[in-house]
Design a protein around this ligand. Structure first.
Ligand SMILES: Nc1ncnc2c1ncn2[C@@H]1O[C@H](COP(=O)(O)OP(=O)(O)OP(=O)(O)O)[C@@H](O)[C@H]1O
Ligand SMILES: [Mg+2]
Length: 584
């Protein structure tokens, strides 16, 4: 019998391998720039023509290669980055397989120019994987790789390249991701000789974000700095009130490497729950730093995905880190130009600080005391966060236009929207009432009779159990009638009948707040919090204002209401000084 199985020629092996590594121009750019970064380049210049289909050139000022290394770099499985199996467990470079250059060379016309010192360098010309020429050349320290006519010898792949515009967009995304991971390195990308990205070496990620997407976005960012043991999460996330609908804007990095991980981005987005309307997509730039043994980067052909030893714990870290950032004073929108400072990461090991509640139980309370027990409060991990401070035990408060509460702090002024603030307070109270103790209710001597639409009556029936936890005892009395036997009393200005009517109408006929994407519990809590909160225009006593202020700061997310708006706007003292031309 003739043998059926035979060994493939090297050229074909390379082309098959190239199929995995080289998807198109963007992946060529990614591999070449990663090599530049691994060679400690300070500046990387990328130029593409026709979306990279005609030409891609990446030039760096890294440590370059001598002539022998330059030749070896084009062999498969030749790398300077790992040596033995144990190195695979502690990869600190972007590359490690020794595959990218030979793979790219096998499907293009490639020229490699490189020098370890200024002056004499090496130039190699490779066509479809075959070395055509090796010669000396004059060049400065560093490396330039030029890749022309990608897939010229694999027409089947060439056919799948997208339009120049689409490939250019993909290259811009790749360059932006690399530039975010390495803010200290200067990047420049030009397409058909026109500059597309210009990012000079930056002091930190925030300045890099400003160079890539503009100062306006950078000003809307809240710093993230969270550590649990040897794991750290840092970065920037957009202020909830600034987030708009659109495509996903999450950027995630593990050890400087941009990775795609939907579960982690979902965890980060979950941290925004109730602070943004459903469908809003905040920008997030999150950098995970884990010891190499806790993450495997060798699981994906283009290294776009990594595997965590304990994915659920990493998700928790991300959720908590973002949640904490959104619970800090930095996440309150400032008036003027103020920029949130980047806080240092807390030092390891972590001390999960207990949440300290500022709620005082007062008999003459405007608001019903929270049923939260101390354990209930500390169940929500809320480590120390940037918070306003003031002289003495209580800040000075005053009400303006019966709508806003002004608060004097060391940092300047806080302006609290009383209705938004109370919505946040009630929402968190209501969720606790679902999970733990129901809220206190007041029995009515004579039940209220509500005449409703049949649909509203059905809603009342379906949600009666939840409303009962919030203090409303409802009884369906006919297709259009509901009896109300008990009502909650969250504050003296509360109109129990009106709040219930409005909430049942909203739950029945819909609104952005009660989006179907939310759970029934959330919808009821959100809707009733909105209808039951004290209204704008309601005069409050000083004692009542203090009560509201304290209750607000005992919530998990005091700076954000439940509609995607701020509860607090800051007026930093520095901004006031600036407006009046004072130096400080
Ligand atoms: N711009 C560069 N500057 C200096 N050395 C380089 C450069 N590009 C490549 N090299 C050298 O060539 C070797 C091969 O590069 P190649 O990209 O093929 O593999 P790698 O980076 O080691 O691994 P991977 O396939 O995961 O990218 C590298 O290990 C490095 O030593
Ligand atoms: Mg490489």
């Amino acid at each position: 019998m003739p043998r059926r199985i035979h060994h493939l020629p090297d050229g074909l092996i390379d082309q098959i391998a190239a199929g995995e590594v080289v998807e198109g121009p963007a992946s060529v750019v990614k591999e070449l720039v990663e090599n530049s970064l691994d060679a400690a380049a300070r500046h990387v210049e990328i130029a593409i023509r026709n979306g990279g289909k005609t030409e891609i050139r990446v030039a760096d000022d890294g440590w370059g290669m001598g002539p022998e290394d330059a030749l070896a770099a084009l062999d498969r499985h030749a790398t300077s980055k790992i040596r033995e199996p144990k190195d695979l467990l502690a990869i600190r470079t972007l590359g490690f397989r020794g595959e990218a250059l030979p793979a790219i060379a096998s499907v293009s016309r490639l020229v490699l120019e490189t020098a370890e010192r200024d002056g004499q360098g090496t130039r190699m010309v490779v066509v479809g994987g075959r070395v055509q020429a090796v010669e000396g050349c004059a060049r400065q320290r560093g490396t330039t790789v030029t890749v022309r006519t990608l897939f010229f010898n694999v027409p089947a792949r060439a056919k799948f390249l997208r339009s120049a515009a689409a490939e250019t967009r993909a290259v811009v995304e790749v360059v932006a991701a690399l530039a975010l991971g390495f803010p200290h390195v200067g990047f420049r990308l030009e397409s058909n000789h026109a500059p597309l990205v210009e990012a000079p070496p930056a002091a930190d990620t925030r300045s890099r974000i400003a160079a890539l997407w503009g100062e306006e976005l950078a000003r809307e960012l809240v710093p993230v700095a969270h550590r649990v043991g040897r794991w750290a999460l840092s970065g920037w996330v957009q202020r909830p009130a600034a987030a708009s609908a659109g495509r996903r804007r999450g950027h995630l990095f593990v050890g400087g490497r941009a990775v795609i991980d939907r579960s982690l981005l979902r965890a980060a987005t979950r941290a925004y729950e109730t602070t943004i309307p459903p469908g809003a997509r905040p920008w997030m730039f999150l950098f995970l730093d884990l010891p190499p043994e806790d993450v495997d980067v060798n699981v994906h052909p283009t290294k776009a995905q990594v595997r965590f030893r304990d994915p659920a714990a990493v998700e928790r870290l991300v959720y908590e880190g973002v949640r904490q950032a959104l619970a800090s004073l930095h996440s309150a929108a400032p008036l003027g130009e103020a920029v949130a400072p980047s806080p240092p990461l807390p030092p390891p090991p972590p001390t999960p600080a207990r949440r300290t509640s500022t709620v005082r139980s007062s008999q003459t309370s405007l608001f019903v005391p929270t049923p939260a027990t101390p354990e209930a409060a500390s169940a929500v991990a809320a480590p120390a966060r940037a918070q306003p401070s003031w002289d003495g035990a209580r800040p000075h408060l005053w009400q303006v236009h019966a709508t806003y509460i002004f608060v004097e702090t060391h940092q300047g002024l806080l302006i609290v929207d009383q209705h938004s603030a109370h919505e946040r307070v009630l929402y968190e109270d209501f969720l606790r009432a679902f999970e733990r103790e129901p809220l206190a209710a007041q029995r009515l001597l004579l039940p209220l009779t509500l005449h409703l639409t049949p649909e509203e009556v059905r809603t009342a029936e379906a949600c009666a159990g939840l409303f009962a936890r919030l203090g409303y005892e409802l009884e369906v009395f006919g297709p259009r009638t509901v009896l109300v036997r008990a009502v909650p009393c969250p504050h003296p200005y509360f109109d129990a009948e009106r709040a219930l009517r409005e909430s049942l109408a909203e739950l029945t006929y819909g609104s952005p707040l009660v989006d179907p994407a939310r759970t029934q519990h959330q919808r009821v809590a959100l809707s009733l919090a909105c209808k039951a909160a004290i209204k704008a225009g309601q005069r409050l006593t000083t004692e009542e204002m203090h009560e509201l202020f304290d209750r607000l700061f005992a919530t998990e997310l005091p700076y954000h209401d439940i509609h995607g708006r701020p509860t607090i706007v800051q007026l930093p003292l520095a901004e006031l000084h600036h407006r009046f031309g004072r130096s400080g």
